[in-house]
Design a protein around this ligand. Structure first.
Ligand code: HEC
Length: 448
């Protein structure tokens, strides 16, 4: 009896174990078989690799590295939040209006956002590590970002050394440094990259310009303009910036103290030129300032008067006196800036929103580089109209104080309102040719 009972109990325990095992087994199966729950290894890691790791690595500007499951898992909910809100990766173009093809598009696709959300909602499973994508090589902060595409720069220019202070308000460093050119010759610039020192400069240089003032010429040649989110510039193939043989570089560097100090900090700008015997067909004006504030002889920024807890809308119009092609768009406002729209009003009256940034965030200076096939091609007489919206309410998450009246100024708590537009002016013949090329390209598209 007793033995029997014991056996019975044994059998019951055994079958319960079997059930449990079977249950666990089917749960494991369900997870790897159930295609509706993405896994980190198979589905999420490839997205992070492509769209996040450039900044979220131990040396990058992202606050936490996201290199492996252990690092990513604690941030799963936050990652879902920032990606579904389209706050991360930083890309502030309104996806519902205007041109959407960019050379440097950093945004996630709707499908990628949905994959991340489904992964988090499904409990953020790791999945099978065998599914992980091959690791990618991450650029060091000390490397030229354009180096992998263009090789080392042809010429490197350097700012005068600066002693970084740990604390205090914004610091401005504006040395003038002689420019000797490349072998004393005029050359055509193809690309330029602004590189703060690593690691200190990357943390404390907030933004900066290196503008060349040529000897004996009345023009300024902006070699490089830098802000967080924009460190290089590359002109379209066949378009270049004419760089004189000699002059002076006017550096304008904005250091923002972050509690670290260091002596002799130097900023470098790398320059890549077209080969001497292959000058580009088109001379670009480079990134040019289009004001969206007091125009027609008014002092700059005179129109900016934003009431406490209120909004202000400003418009600036610029008539093109020759045809032009636009290769990039970079709005510039400060902490109250929310929206900047660039619209073309063509000579025949037709209007077209070219681009609208509707999630502007002063912490990021992103230059939106149009894909070659869609660069706005504008005839003489086109009006470029820019519209800025300032939000000085408490709803603006980076508003430092909605009780203030806000006017123009160069501190982040004051405002600015202009766009940097990468523009190349054409003559009528070049314009006709560019229009014909565009049409031919569009015809091949419809044939496909
Ligand atoms: C160009 C650099 C860059 C890229 C690309 C980028 N991030 Fe970030 N990320 C940052 C920086 C800088 C911050 C902190 C400042 C901020 O929020 O703007 C941040 C903040 C975050 C935060 C909030 C962290 C916190 O503690 O509040 C999350 C989550 C995040 N990123 C996830 C991602 C994901 C996921 C991707 C890719 C889909 C991504 N980021 C792409 C630079 C980047």
């Amino acid at each position: 009896m007793n033995t029997h009972k014991f056996l019975d109990r044994g059998r019951i325990i055994k079958s319960a174990l079997c059930l449990l095992l079977a249950g666990a087994g089917s749960a494991v199966l369900a997870q790897s078989d159930d295609r509706s729950i993405p896994t980190y290894s198979k589905d999420v890691a490839p997205i992070l690799q492509q769209k996040c790791l450039g900044c979220h690595n131990p040396e990058g500007i992202g606050p936490m590295p996201l290199l492996n499951y252990q690092q990513v898992r604690p941030f799963a909910a936050l990652i879902k939040d920032r990606t579904t809100q389209r706050i991360m990766p930083p890309w502030h173009i309104d996806p519902t209006i205007g041109i959407q093809q960019f050379k440097n598009d950093a945004s996630l696709t709707d499908a990628e956002i949905a994959t991340i959300a489904a992964w988090v909602d499904g409990g953020s499973p790791e999945g099978n590590p065998a599914d992980l994508p091959a690791p990618i090589e991450l650029a060091s902060g000390a490397d030229w970002q354009l180096g992998s595409r263009l090789g080392p720069p042809d010429l490197i220019i350097k700012s005068a050394p600066y002693d970084v202070v740990a604390d205090g308000q914004d610091q401005w460093w504006t040395p003038r440094v002689k420019f000797e050119g490349l072998n004393g010759e005029e050359r055509w610039l193809r690309a330029a990259e602004f590189k703060a020192s690593y690691p200190l400069g990357k943390k404390v240089v907030h933004h900066g310009h290196a503008v060349l003032i040529p000897d004996g010429e009345r023009r300024q040649v902006a070699l490089a303009r830098y802000g967080v989110g924009k460190s290089w510039e590359m002109y379209p193939e066949g378009t270049g910036l004419r760089v004189p043989p000699k002059g002076e570089i006017a550096w304008n560097l904005h250091y923002f103290p972050v509690g670290m100090s260091g002596n002799d900090d130097v900023v470098e700008v790398g320059l890549w030129f077209y080969p001497k015997d292959q000058p580009p067909a088109l001379e670009t004006a480079g990134e040019s300032m289009f004001r969206v504030d007091g125009l027609n002889g008014m002092a700059r920024g005179q129109d900016i008067v934003i009431p406490p807890h209120g909004y202000q809308v400003l418009q600036g119009t610029h008539v093109l006196s020759s045809p032009a092609v636009i290769h990039s768009y970079r709005p510039h406002m400060h902490m109250r800036g929310k929206v900047m729209t660039m619209e073309a009003i063509y000579p025949d009256g037709r209007r077209e929103v070219l681009s609208q940034v509707n999630k502007y965030n002063h912490n990021w200076q992103i230059s939106y580089l149009y894909a070659d096939e869609v660069k706005p091609l504008l005839p003489t007489g086109t009006v470029l109209q820019f519209t800025t919206v300032f939000d000085n309410t408490a709803n603006n998450p980076i508003n430092p104080d909605p009780n203030q009246w806000v006017v123009f100024g160069r501190r982040g708590v004051d405002e600015m309102s202009h766009a940097w537009v990468g523009i190349t002016y054409l003559n009528e013949e070049q314009y006709a040719q560019a229009v014909a090329e565009r049409q031919a390209f569009q015809e091949t598209l419809t044939l496909e």
